[in-house]
Design a protein around this ligand. Structure first.
Ligand code: 1QQ
Length: 375
């Protein structure tokens, strides 16, 4: 009795939590259990993003829990892609459910309001698909594992220019969304840096269904390339209408276009779309292949970039939990910030000192109704 009291005292005595866990594990216990909140866009026009994300998370959860050193409970809330709904979900997860940390929300527009609130409450939060400028800078509890537009878009544009010798571009973007606006800023800056002539800048809003005015103007100016910053729903309709009007030049799209929904909605009109992503499902890599086959087995379809990023994200959380040694918000935040050289299905991953990610994207093009490597 005396010796076990001494062990307890040593464990509780100060900062040796990790050692305590190890002893617990040796005795057959010591699994670190954590409630992780998820805020995802799973209903409404962009629901395929959230469906992919939650599928990736659930697959990772199953594998992680089966290994036995951490036990993750996912508490999933729908934000419908809306700021207010995302914020309400975050408050519920933080205050009523008392989660250790949050994954999501899906859109940068949502993270822009949820991130500062989580930071204020000292709740670590990580976006798996938020790519606008400035997301990790919202606070020291705010992270992402999705490659920012500022890296992805210039990579796509560089390849498109190499391949097509493009000199004149038209830009089309949604001006009522944090991500589509940020993507536009990056496109404009990159076009200027690359000495491209910007023929026109056209805007649209979420839910718009008729792009005739913008596309007629663009067609009349005869661009070599169209740069489009949109979520898949608007983006796919834009491509469909453009092709029907006889605009057959390539498009460079931002992260919103990284969804197979673009091909589902636009069909052949999606051919000629160039996007950059750290995810390529046909990669000759054993980890990628294993993930693709497990995902197909579970859901009967191939994973997209959003599923892959979410899958890696939960593994990154599991690693941080293990390193923290306990499901405590502050300990978890510090362990998360220190994740280095994590080897996931998207390649080697580390946060920079602002909680942002540096990764090399692959540039893809849609040809014959499929994403292919663009070389
Ligand atoms: C953002 C995005 C979207 C395309 C996520 C679905 O990149 O909002 O930042």
């Amino acid at each position: 009795v005396l010796s076990s009291l001494l062990v307890l005292a040593a464990c509780g005595g100060g900062g040796e939590q990790a050692t305590g866990e190890k002893e617990g594990q040796a005795a057959g216990g010591g699994v670190i259990t954590a409630d992780i909140g998820v805020i995802s866009y799973i209903s409404g026009p962009g629901a395929a993003y959230g469906e992919a994300i939650t599928s990736g998370l659930k697959l990772a959860q199953k594998e992680i829990n089966a290994k036995g050193d951490v036990e993750i409970n996912l508490l999933i809330e729908d934000s419908a892609g809306k700021q207010d709904q995302a914020l309400t979900a975050a408050q519920k997860l933080m205050n009523s459910e008392n989660v250790t940390a949050i994954i999501g929300p899906t859109l940068s527009t949502e993270m822009n309001v949820v991130g500062p609130e989580a930071d204020l409450n000292g709740v670590p939060i990580m976006g798996t698909s938020t790519t606008a400028e400035g997301i990790p800078q919202l606070g020291e509890y705010v992270f992402r594992n999705s490659i920012p537009e500022a890296l992805a878009i210039p990579a796509s544009m560089t390849k498109a220019i190499e391949k097509y010798g493009a000199k004149k571009v038209a830009i089309l973007y949604g001006n009522d969304d944090v991500f589509t606006k940020s993507g536009f800023d990056t496109m404009k800056k990159a076009a200027e840096d690359m000495d491209l002539e910007i023929l026109t800048i056209e805007t649209f809003q979420k839910g718009q269904s008729d792009y005739n005015a913008q596309l007629t103007k663009i067609k009349g100016m005869n661009p070599d390339l169209i740069l489009a910053s949109a979520l898949y729903n608007e983006g796919a309709v834009i491509m469909d209408q453009a092709r029907k009007m006889g605009i057959d030049v390539p498009f460079v799209g931002g992260n919103g276009f990284n969804s197979p929904e673009v091909i589902k909605i636009a069909g052949d009109a999606a051919n000629g779309l160039i996007v950059a992503t750290p995810w390529y499902g046909e990669k000759d890599d054993s980890k990628v292949k294993e993930f693709v086959s497990k995902f197909e087995e579970e859901y009967g379809k191939k994973p997209d970039q959003f599923a892959a990023q979410a899958y890696d994200a939960l593994y990154i959380y599991a690693e941080a939990l293990k390193n923290a040694g306990e499901a405590d918000r502050d300990a978890f935040r510090d362990a998360l910030a220190q994740v280095k050289d994590f080897n996931g299905i998207l390649g080697n991953f580390s946060f920079d000192d602002e909680g942002d990610v540096v990764m090399d994207p692959t540039v893809l093009i849609i040809e014959d109704g499929q994403f292919k490597e663009f070389n």
